[in-house]
Every structure is written in structure tokens, then in C-alpha cells.
Write a protein that binds this ligand. Structure first.
Ligand SMILES: Nc1nc2c(ncn2[C@@H]2O[C@H](COP(=O)(O)OP(=O)(O)OP(=O)(O)O)[C@@H](O)[C@H]2O)c(=O)[nH]1
Length: 368
């Protein structure tokens, strides 16, 4: 990893949310540093007193560093606003108001900086919080302007200060209006994101699940078998595939109707799903046919599991309007051979299923 990336990770962490908060605090620190440069300029040209400006510099920059540390250490996580946006804005506005009182004739430069500070809140604060910041700024600057006009009327003429105050007092509500619009936009985006992820989950569900039984569908099962095939080819582990078919299912449909047939399929699927191991995958392959993939196992063990499955289905009583219905399944099992294609393993399992049907159904036959 390049050095600058490693430094950025060390300073800003690798947690994306924390990183965003710290980047913003870093940006605020840079903005404050730009303000410090401007203040030093006014000291150099004799417009501001050196001593108080040094104090102001230490307090302003130091404050921003403290905010950065509070976020970086994770301390701010316990607060409602872990990014400390509101607190940072209030602090920066207070620092701007102090600068306004210090720089005399250069005070016009404070306004654009305050506006940038306020712009930080446009993207994060709720309208009510933003209005609070606006009110705070108008109130604080009002007090500073009135005090300076009173203390140093030659540098801060009252009529000019009144103009400045009116300017800031009209700009803040305008910014608050913008903040409300941004907030509504953010809310809409959040809702859209929520709806989209909901729709995506639903699409995922539709694409991978069988609607009737809730089992993995054929398409997704093919992908899963291919993945298992590749994994086993690498690791040398073995896996088995079984094809299961409900016996005389046509008779269920014919005697009790399609709806009962569907109910039988659902019950059989549910029973089998609760019986198979967590590491096994059961899919509805189509119609009344199911495929079971048993990973990391050999034929004798798989056969035992499959026999258990068959017995559980044979014990199942499906309630139908006419009474109780007994169901059975036949299964063909094949262990995947190294170098064999998945299709060939499935074909062998299919042939074993045919054998099970021919032998009288309700049994498991292992492919040779
Ligand atoms: N209710 C219902 N029936 C289905 C569904 N899919 C397929 N079938 C029916 O399942 C029956 C399958 O019949 P067959 O293939 O003849 O097999 P079987 O009657 O089970 O006989 P064996 O497999 O030989 O024991 C057909 O009647 C299909 O119409 C489904 O989703 N719901």
C-alpha cells in the first residue's frame, strides 16, 4: 500500500463513517488555518494587535484540534452528533466573532469565512439545528458589533455596524431556507435508498428462491453446485448430489386437486428442509422433483442422511379436506467423481432415481 494511503488510514481510520467525520473536521481545521493566515496579515499591516491575535490563534486552532481528537479517539460516538458538526460550527462562529472584534478595518474578511462555516451545516444539520446556529450567529455578531461600535466608534462606526448587522441578519434566514431544502432532499434520498435496497432484496429473493416452497430455485442451485464443484476440485473434498421425486404425485393432483398438490409440495419441502444438515442445500428442481447437494461427504454417509430424509417424509401426514394424506419420496444418489462434470453426476443420480422408482418407490438407490 502506498505511504500516503497508510498515513491517511492511520490518521483518518479505515471506518468509512469515522473517516468522513474526521475529513470534515480536518477541512474545518484547514479553514481555520486560512483564517489564521489572514489574521497574521492584518497584524503585519498594523490593522490588528499582535498579542490578542496570538491568543486568538492558539484558542481557535487549538479548539479545532481538540474537536479532531474527540472524534478520532471515539469519545464523540457516545453523543447524538458524533461528527460534532454543531459544536464545531458554534466554535468557529465564536472564533469569527472574536476575529471581527480584533481586526478593526479588516473585519469585512470575516463574513465570507462565517458563510463557509455555515455552509458546513447545510449538508448535515436538521433545519431546526441550522436555525439555532443562525440565531446564535446573528445574536453573537449583534452583541460584538454593538459592543465594538460603543467601545471604538472611530474604527467601528455605528451606522456601518448597523449595515453589517442587517447583512448578517438577512443572510442567515436565507441560508436556513437553503438548509431546509437540503434536508428535505437528504430525507428523500434516504427514503429512495431504503426503497431501493428493499426492492433489491426482493429481486434477489425472486431470482434465487422458488415461490411455492421457498426453497432455492433451480437456476440458483445450478450456480451453487458449480461453486461447490470448483471448491471441491481445489480442495480435493467430495460432495454428493441426490435427486428426489414425490411418488405418484400425479394421483395426488388428480384425486385431490392442484391446490392440494401444491400444499403437499410445500409440506414435503418444509419437512425435508428442516431435516437436512445446515451445510446441505435443498432446491426445488422443477415440478415434484428436488435436488439435494451434500457437501464434504461420501456416498455411504450421504445415503444414511438421505434415508433419514425419506423416512421423515414417509411419516409425514398432510391434512387435506378429505382427511390425511401419506406421501413418500424416491431418491437417486451419486457421489461426484474427480474430473466428472456436474451434469454427469446429476445424470447418474437421475438414473438411480429411475431405478428407485422401478424397484417400487419410497427408497434410496445409490448410483454405481
Ligand atoms: N400441484 C402441482 N403439481 C405439479 C407441479 N409441478 C408439476 N406438477 C404435477 O406433478 C405430476 C408429476 O407426475 P409424473 O411425472 O407422472 O410422476 P408421478 O405421478 O409422481 O409418478 P412417479 O414419479 O412415477 O411416482 C404431474 O401431474 C404435474 O402436473 C406444481 O407446481 N404443483
Amino acid at each position: 500500500m502506498p505511504l500516503h494511503r497508510r498515513i491517511a488510514d492511520a490518521v483518518l481510520t479505515t471506518d468509512p463513517v469515522q473517516r468522513m467525520r474526521l475529513s470534515q473536521a480536518g477541512l474545518a481545521m484547514l479553514l481555520m488555518a486560512a483564517g489564521v493566515v489572514a489574521m497574521q496579515y492584518f497584524v503585519a499591516v498594523g490593522a490588528a494587535p499582535a498579542g490578542p491575535v496570538h491568543l486568538w490563534t492558539a484558542a481557535s486552532l487549538g479548539g479545532m484540534v481538540v474537536f479532531f481528537i474527540l472524534i478520532r479517539s471515539g469519545w464523540s460516538r457516545r453523543l447524538d452528533d458524533p461528527s460534532l458538526t454543531l459544536a464545531q460550527m458554534m466554535y468557529a462562529i465564536s472564533s469569527g466573532a472574536a476575529a471581527y472584534a480584533l481586526v478593526g478595518e479588516g473585519r469585512g474578511g470575516v463574513f465570507p469565512i462565517v458563510m463557509v462555516v455555515v455552509a458546513f451545516g447545510l449538508f448535515q444539520l436538521r433545519p431546526r439545528e441550522f436555525s439555532a446556529v443562525g440565531l446564535f450567529a446573528v445574536g453573537l455578531f449583534g452583541v460584538v458589533m454593538a459592543t465594538m461600535a460603543h467601545l471604538k466608534p472611530a474604527v467601528y462606526p455605528p451606522r456601518v455596524e448597523l449595515g453589517h448587522f442587517l447583512m448578517i441578519a438577512t443572510m442567515m434566514p436565507a441560508m436556513a431556507l437553503l438548509a431546509a431544502r437540503f434536508s428535505a432532499l437528504r430525507q428523500r434520498l434516504r427514503q429512495q435508498k431504503h426503497d431501493l435496497s428493499h426492492a433489491l432484496a426482493r429481486i434477489q429473493e425472486l431470482a434465487t428462491r422458488d415461490e411455492l416452497t421457498g426453497l432455492v430455485n433451480r437456476r440458483h442451485m445450478q450456480t451453487l453446485i458449480e461453486q461447490a464443484h470448483r471448491r471441491c476440485a481445489r480442495s480435493g473434498q467430495s460432495f454428493c448430489l441426490a435427486v428426489l421425486d414425490v411418488d405418484h404425485f400425479k394421483a395426488v393432483n388428480d384425486n385431490h386437486g392442484h391446490a392440494t398438490g401444491d400444499e403437499v409440495l410445500r409440506s414435503v419441502a418444509q419437512e425435508m428442509q428442516t431435516t437436512v444438515r445446515l451445510s446441505d442445500t435443498l432446491a426445488r428442481w422443477g415440478g415434484e422433483e428436488f435436488v439435494l447437494m451434500m457437501s464434504d461427504t461420501h456416498a455411504p454417509l450421504a445415503r444414511g442422511g438421505l434415508e433419514r430424509l425419506r423416512e421423515r417424509v414417509a411419516q409425514l401426514c398432510v391434512l387435506v379436506p378429505e382427511g390425511e394424506l401419506r406421501i413418500s419420496v424416491s431418491a437417486g444418489l451419486a457421489e461426484h467423481r474427480p474430473g466428472e462434470s456436474v451434469e454427469d453426476t446429476l445424470a447418474r443420480a437421475d438414473a438411480a432415481l429411475l431405478e428407485a422408482k422401478q424397484q417400487g418407490r419410497n427408497r434410496v438407490v445409490l448410483a454405481p
